[in-house]
Design a protein around this ligand. Structure first.
Ligand code: NI
Length: 135
């Protein structure tokens, strides 16, 4: 699988930009509000095209707010891109590896409404899969 981005939880996207700019990252587009997940999202691209997804809870009702309070700002998930046609064969294999789905697989406004799903393993933590339509 191909790493698509590193999800990075922050209390404020604007507050994080000074440091990420220093680290060589630039915003690739506008900040997107994900109503379903109650987060603001901004994608940043680094010098070697590494993608970082900054995730800011909209408010204290956001599902990721308690995690941010608990762990502080930092990496949150690794996202891998998977061709959409591999989804059905992949899910049972993930289950076999004892990955537990976290929420439903659903379109993500910040990723051109392609479907994403989160899976938790007690061996490696949280991963995200981005099911890409373009192969
Ligand atoms: Ni992500």
């Amino acid at each position: 699988m191909i790493v698509h981005h590193v999800g990075y939880l922050v209390p404020s996207i604007e507050g994080a930009m000074e440091s990420f700019s220093f680290l060589g990252f630039r915003k690739t587009g506008e900040v997107v509000r994900d109503e379903e997940r109650k987060v603001f999202i901004s994608f940043l691209s680094g010098a070697n095209r590494a993608l970082v997804e900054l995730i800011q809870p909209v408010d204290e009702q956001s599902p990721v707010y308690p995690l941010m309070v608990r762990q502080g700002p930092g990496t949150y998930h690794l996202c891998f891109s998977v061709p959409r046609f591999e989804k059905e064969s992949l899910l049972p294999r993930l289950k076999g590896l004892r990955f537990v789905p976290v929420g439903k697989i659903a379109p993500a406004p910040a990723c051109e409404n392609q479907e994403v799903g989160f899976f938790y393993s007690n061996k490696i933590g949280l991963i995200e899969l981005l099911f890409t339509s373009d192969g």
